[in-house]
Design a protein around this ligand. Structure first.
Ligand code: KIV
Ligand code: ZN
Length: 509
């Protein structure tokens, strides 16, 4: 391969990102994320891990068929069924890549895989060879590469390339490496593996020590030409390398060495909002590039400097990431269908006519509750509107707080349970606690709330609330989430969505 200076961006928000606790997305949410990634010029989108669930298979299969620009990628272990399932899920994609991996570090091979290094080499050969039956683009990852022995890594990489892999990923799976070590690993592997020129090397970092972006750039300096990353740095534990950070670092500081990406950086703000809205995981205010404070100047000295010349304290312009971009269409209660459709175009959201109609009706309902409809509201409508086709066992009809006495909150809640409306009165110390206990009694499920988070998706008093819960049912942790302009309603629906999962997976009582 030539040592071109273009750095491919491989986004794994929908796979490694979705593995972050509480970040699971429904099909529509994933669709929205994929559409913005595709429109911003991401080279490869890892859409999921199809063997893990029917839902993952379905979303990889649906989304891979609609991508216009990006290569669709599916993950598979070095297991025949995984690879065949990934191949099947990608069958309708124009451009597809199977990403298969096996661990190469002594600790993973011994304790996790219970395999010798020769057995792992066998797996590399058979998995990459099998994946090539489904596509000529195969990426092979040496899981826990940063803690692997270099001599073994050389053998493994050479074999993967000989077996047909054209992309070699050397992940820092546990976020342990430093930039110096990352540089040395890539440099050594590229130098010592005789056929390394036949592959592109990819860097995949985790942020456990806050070094993911630095490690990714060190990998590039040593010869990697692909970075694996996620929007907002979402991902397992402390997260993955943040796309917005590496892309902007290359744009602002990589020019001297000639590095560049094909990302339209003016879509970064939109991508960040779509991911925050879809997962309900908001970005911390001081997050690099996309945090709310990233372009605010508080100290008098800084403000004075910026007023005289922005470059005194600003290294990137807000416009370059699409912040403050004037929207051509402002939506409100009186906006019609054609303005709504234009807004969808502006946000690169593609829907069928039926879907537009259904989303438009939801938009009108929201217009009665909010004066200005923001882009985040549109993302929330689209992602929650035509939810997964399944029928819900339980639906919220109404609730009521009737009074407070002796610190107890007295509440009524009415649910539709398998088509039948039922009401219950409960009294507990907290309003939500009382309503949740009513839901448990009506659903006849003994669950305990372990965790609840409520975030505002948009700004202002009429902001939409995103609630997510984790409940314990029979020692199993189940998540639920929901969005609504009313905070209590969003919390109740999040709780009900978790109970619906309990009923779906473990049956009604
Ligand atoms: O971190 C990791 O090692 C991974 C692999 C599946 C590439 O996510
Ligand atoms: Zn990872």
């Amino acid at each position: 391969m030539t040592m071109d200076k273009k750095i491919q961006i491989f986004d794994t928000t929908l796979r490694d990102g979705e593995q972050s606790p509480g970040a699971s997305m429904n099909l529509n949410e994933k669709m929205l994320v994929a559409q913005v990634l595709d429109s911003m010029g991401v080279d490869v989108i890892e859409l999921g891990f199809p063997i893990t669930s029917k839902g993952d298979f379905h979303s990889v299969s649906r989304i891979s068929a609609i991508l216009k620009h990006s290569t669709a990628c599916a993950l598979a272990r070095a297991v025949q069924k995984d690879i065949e399932t990934a191949g099947e899920a990608l069958k309708n994609a124009d451009n597809k890549l199977i990403h298969t991996f096996v661990a190469t570090s002594p600790i993973h091979m011994k304790y996790k895989l219970n395999k010798t290094s020769d057995e792992v080499l066998e797996l590399i050969k058979s998995s990459v060879t099998l994946a090539r039956n489904f596509t000529d683009k195969v990426e092979w990852s040496a899981e826990d590469a940063s803690r692997s022995e270099l001599d073994f890594l050389y053998k493994a990489v050479e074999l993967a390339i000989d077996s047909g892999a054209s992309v070699i990923n050397l992940p820092d799976t546990v976020g342990y490496a430093t930039p110096d070590e990352t540089f040395k690993m890539f440099q050594s592997v590229i130098e010592h593996v005789p056929n390394s020129h036949k592959a592109i090397f990819s860097v995949h970092a985790h942020d456990d020590l806050g070094l993911a972006t630095a490690n990714s750039l060190a990998g590039v300096k040593a010869g990697a030409r692909q970075i694996e990353c996620t929007i907002n740095g979402l991902g397992e534990r402390a997260g993955n390398t943040a796309l917005e950070e590496v892309v902007m670092a290359i744009k602002v500081r990589g020019k001297d060495q000639g590095f560049y990406t094909d990302i339209d950086t003016t879509k970064i703000t939109q991508a960040s909002k779509v991911v925050a809205t879809s997962t309900g995981i908001s970005v911390s205010r001081n997050k690099a590039i996309v945090g709310a404070n990233a372009f605010l100047h508080e100290s008098g000295i800084h403000q004075d400097g910026v007023l005289k010349n922005k470059e005194t304290y600003e290294i990137i312009t807000p416009e370059s990431i699409g912040l403050n971009k004037k929207s051509t269409i402002t939506l409100g209660k009186h906006s019609g269908r054609s303005a709504f459709k234009n807004k969808l175009d502006e946000l690169n959201i593609e829907l069928s006519e039926d879907e537009i109609q259904s989303a438009f009706e939801k938009f009108k309902e929201l217009g009665d509750q909010k004066t200005t409809i923001l882009d985040e509201d549109i993302f929330a409508i689209i992602s929650s509107d035509y939810k997964e086709e399944e029928e819900k066992a339980i639906e919220l009809i109404s609730y009521n707080v009737t009074g407070i006495s002796d610190e107890m909150k007295h509440t009524y809640i009415t649910l539709k349970i398998f088509g039948q409306e039922k009401t219950i009165h409960t009294s507990e110390q907290g309003t939500l606690g009382s309503l949740f206990s009513g839901i448990n009694k009506l659903a006849e499920k003994n669950t305990q709330l372990k965790e609840m988070q409520i975030n505002a998706l948009t700004e202002g008093i009429d902001a939409q609330a995103y609630s997510s819960v984790i409940i314990n049912y029979d020692d199993k942790l189940i998540t639920g989430s929901s969005k609504d302009t009313d905070t209590v309603t969003s919390a109740l629906n999040a709780y009900i969505s978790a109970i619906n999962k309990v009923i779906k997976f473990y049956g009604a009582c």
